[in-house]
Each structure stands twice: as structure tokens, then as C-alpha cells.
Design a protein around this ligand. Sequence first.
Ligand code: AMP
Ligand code: ZN
Length: 666
Amino acid sequence: MSIEQKITSLRDELREHNYKYYVLDEPSISDYEFDMKLKELQKLEVEHPEFHDPTSPSLRVGGMVTKNFETVPHEHRMYSLDNSYSKEDLEDWEKRIQRILGDVEVEFTCELKYDGASISLTYEDGQLVKAVTRGDGFQGDDVTNNIKTIKSVPLQLKGDYPPKFDIRGEIILTLEGFAKMNAERVEAGEDPYMNPRNTASGSLKLQDSALVAQRPLECLLYSIAGDNLGVVSQFEVLEKARSWGFKVPTVAKLCKSTEEVMQFADYWEVNRHDLPYETDGVVVKVNSIQHQDELGYTAKSPRWAMAYKFKAEQAITKLNKITYQVGRTGAITPVANLEPVLLAGTTVKRASLHNADQIAKLDVREGDTVFVEKGGEIIPKIVGVDFAKRDTDSKPTQYITHCPECETELIRKEGEAQHFCPNDIGCPPQITGRIQHFISRKAMDIEGLGGETVELLFKEGLIGNYADLYTLTKEQIMPLERMAEKSAENLVNGVQASKAIPFERVLFALGIRYVGETVAKKLAKAFKNIDALMAASQEQLVAVDEIGERIAQSVIKFFSEPVNQDIIDRLKSYGLQFSLSEEQLENQTELLKGQTFVVSGVFESISRNELKKMIEDNGGKVASSVSSKTSFLVAGDKMGPSKRTKAENLGVPIISEQEFLQKLEV
Ligand code: AMP
Ligand code: ZN
């Protein structure tokens, strides 16, 4: 098989697996096998840029940065939908339709109304060429780079598609994906997102598409626009789009009568909570495209479609008490403790009140009768107060001014919604929260020790920070409640074993605000050991790829605190890993610092990827195209002629493989 054939066959294979996994939800190979194939493709593509394909599945990982999203016109306008809130409204609409169309049988396609951000995708000759947000319906923002990273959006269509058309859909986050994203944010000490819908729509405007690629976004499609599409009904549109490789939910139903439409709406009004994503209603569309053309549009929306909005599921109950939780980072969350009430199939006892502003906005007070709703949030929320039922002597809620756990005065920073307890050193839930983070699976992964035991050890005065874990003895632990000799031994062994955990995870475990797993890796790689990192200035920190002001400040603050310095000294003395290992360090120098390389062509003694890695390991930067900022163009065999011309025109030195390797010899 030639290299080109190999690349093509890998692309086809990966496309098919993407389709099975993300569109059909029926994967046929393991994630690991998939990753291996993707890596192989990426390697071949780097070595053979001449076989570039804008629809290659390797582009899914993103990396393109869009500084300003260009506003572009929609070739076909994106309309809104009229809303109806009752069965009667819906019936009236159907009668109006019937009157306009006369004595013909009218069928309807019923779909769910997906709650996300609308998008219009343009395909030409089966390839995705453009993705534009709805904007004002006439023009929107070009977010193509970001949309390309969403795995359920086909970059290359299959089957019998029209040569050119737009397809419309909704970008959504599944509830599960949303919960996972939030769990990761909380772990990194960041505020969780409020709801899936806003998060999905915010994702489309991220500048770095690599970040979009990490979010579990999906694209659900529901209509096409264009000329000579060769379809006669909405239901056929859905089926055809599905056959071209799009994700079109199968819950759509062709209904022959008004009664069937009602049944569909009734069914989903009750069963919508079983869906993996949020829906706020049903969209009913006249099925025949010919009928649709006869009915036409009003100024804003099609006459042939109507949204029927579900009633938000609400419960009414009494708010007994407002309590305040203190998180690991000191963030205060007000919680409404409710008289237990049944809501959407579960008993609800607590609801989130978010922050002080939210409490003030709703004017919610203890003793109030409140309306509780379940949205995309995992914890239900209070949406309003029944003021008629309020006691006459009720007083406005006074937000706490001091920490409920340690009595320190709370602070609220400019622009932040949350109050914080600044006593990070002495506030019990912050102390135990930090230790719990330290021992967690992705951090030090200490076996034999769980969150509850941490609380117990703290309460008993055996530990006051995570460094104390390393001096715990079996004899100290055994007298504790429910601690058999065996479990005490496991705990001590687990703590000892964690000394082998690599530097980047130790760094993550320290629990520096905004330093999540990825940032910890970047910092470890850039500074190589804790002393260099602790000595780093703001400028040195932000010079690291993806480290911004906010993270830099947080790092500096953490290391400037004497308590933290003490703890780190102690951890060092116990033998934890505070620098990259020999192996990680090997071949890493600063020899190429400040230099930018472009690599092109095929090399003799090493592969292109190895060459690029050598550049990065030695402090250099790799760029993909020649510009005035390029220091050297490393030229291999069969280098692209345009790169050479450009380098020559700009006066960028062109060096050979040997000349490059000589730079690294000392
Ligand atoms: P609205 O934003 O309330 O005017 O509702 C119109 C929007 O509903 C459209 O722009 C679409 O983004 C969205 N929508 C969600 N699901 C569907 C669907 N199945 N058919 C048509 N529009 C839908
Ligand atoms: Zn406190």
C-alpha cells in the first residue's frame, strides 16, 4: 500500500468510527484502539503534508485560534419559531393552517425542541465549508474552526447528498457531559457553570478551538435549506440528513392527525427527563414542503411551524432555613433547606441559592413559600417566592458577614459573584477540602484513605495539613473509630507509596487555585522543579503557553505564603517528587530558547515528529508556516517549494538536518 493509500484508508476508518461513536452511539472499537489509529494518522500527516485534507478526522483535536469571529451573511435566512403555551393555542394554529390550505389532508412532523445554540452549517460537494451562528437571522458569526472539533458534525458526508446546501441544528451539551465538565472545574477550584444551554453557546465563541474540542458538545440537526434539494417532506429531510451522516434524533414522529400530535407532546412532556439532553418543548412542522411553500412566512417565523413549550416542572414548598456551605477554596454557597417535596420524580430537600445577589433578587427569606424548578442544573433551584403567603412580620434575609465554620469576616472581590472566607489556613472545611483534594485519584491517589477518614483524622487533631499525613503512625490511627489494624496499616502504606507520584501530579495535588491537571503539567514541564517554579516571576509564568495573568498571580500568591513554604519544605524532606525525573529531564536543554523553527520535508536520521520534539525539548518553538518571526527553516528532502521561496524572500536562513543537529551539540 502506498503512503497516500494508507493515509486515505486511516481517514476513512476513523471517520466511520467517529460516526459510530458520536452519531449512532454504537462504538465498535475501544477508545485506546481509536487513539492509536489517530496517532498513526497524525504522524503520517505530519510527515506528508502534501496529502493534506481539510476534512481529515485528525483536525478534530482543534488548535486553530480565532481572535475575531467574522460576521457573515446567511444565504438563507434563519427564522425564529412562534411559541404556544397551551394545547388550545396549538389546536387554533392547526385550524388556521387547515383553513389556508383548504380541503387537503395535512400531516405534521413532530420533533423535540433542543435547548442549546442554533447553528447553520454549509456543505459543498459533501464537505463542511462554513459554520455560522444564528445571529440576528440575517447574519451571524463564522465559528467554523470551533464547530469542526465537534465529533458528531461530519466534515465529509456520505451517500447521496445535494451538491450545495445549508443544514440547521442545535449545539448542545448532554446533561452527563455538563456534569462532568463542572466536576472538573470544581476540582480545579473554579466556579461551576450555571446551565448546559449557556455553556454550549459560550463554547462556540472560545478563541482556542483546542478548548472547544475538549468539551463534550454535540450537534443535533433538524432542517435543510437550499435550491433543488429533491425532498418533498420534512420527515424525508430528517431521514435523508441522517443517511448523509448527521446526528438527527430518532424521536421525531410523522403524525397524521391533531390527536397524534397531542399524544407526542403529552408523552414527551412526561418522559423528557429520560433524555440525555434538555428539551423545553416540541416543534410541530407541516410535513409537506409544498404545503410549507403555500403557507410561507411572517416577518419573523414560518407559518408552517409552531413550538409548543412544556411547562417548567415546578413544586411549591416551604423554605425552612438558609445555610451556608464553605468549599475547599473558601467559596461560600447559600443553600435552601426545604420541606421535602416531590419534583420530577425525586424528593427534593435542598436547593441552590447561588449567591448573595440571587437571594436579594428573589427577595427570598426563611419561612417563605417558594417555587422550586429542576433545570439542567443537578441541584434544583428556587425561581420565585409566593409573596401572598409570606408572614407579615418576615424580615429580609441578611447575608452572612462571617464564615459559619471559623468566624472570619468574609470578603467579596471586585467582579466576583461569590463571597469567600479568606482564612484558608485555619478554616476547617478548607483544610479538610485541601487534604481531600491532595489524596484524590488524579492527584496523589493515596490508597486506603478516603474523604471521611480525613475529616476524622482532622477532628482528632492528628492532621492539620497534607504534610502531616506523612508522619502518621499505625499506633496513632488504630484507636480511632472503625479503624482495624489492617486498615491502619493500609493507610500508612498508601501514604508511603504516594512518594513515588511524579512531580506534575504533586504540583496538582498542592491545590493551588486555578492550577488544574493540565496547567500543572505545563508548569512542571516549563520549570522542571519546584525551586524554579517558586522563584518564577509573573513575566516568566505568563511566558508559558496557556498560562495567563490569573493563574500566574495565583501561583505567586500560593508560594509567597510562609505556611505553604513550610509545608513544601516538609514534603521535600519526606521524599516526595519535586522535580521532573531523570528520564523526563533527559534531552531537555535551553539551547534553542527564543528561536522559532519551521520544519519541512523528509529527514534522514530522524522523523519529523522527533525533530519537532527535539526543538521543543530544547526550549525552541515550532511554527507551521514561515513568517518574519521564523528563525530557521529546517529543510529536509522534498521540501515544499513555497516554503523555500517564502524563506528566501524574507531572508530566513534555511538549514539542513545536519546543521540543525549541530546546534544541539555542546
Ligand atoms: P426561539 O429561539 O424560541 O425563537 O426558537 C427557535 C429556535 O429553536 C430555532 O432557532 C432553533 O435553534 C431551535 N430549535 C430547537 N429544536 C428545533 C427543532 N427541532 N426544529 C426547529 N428549531 C429548533
Ligand atoms: Zn472560614
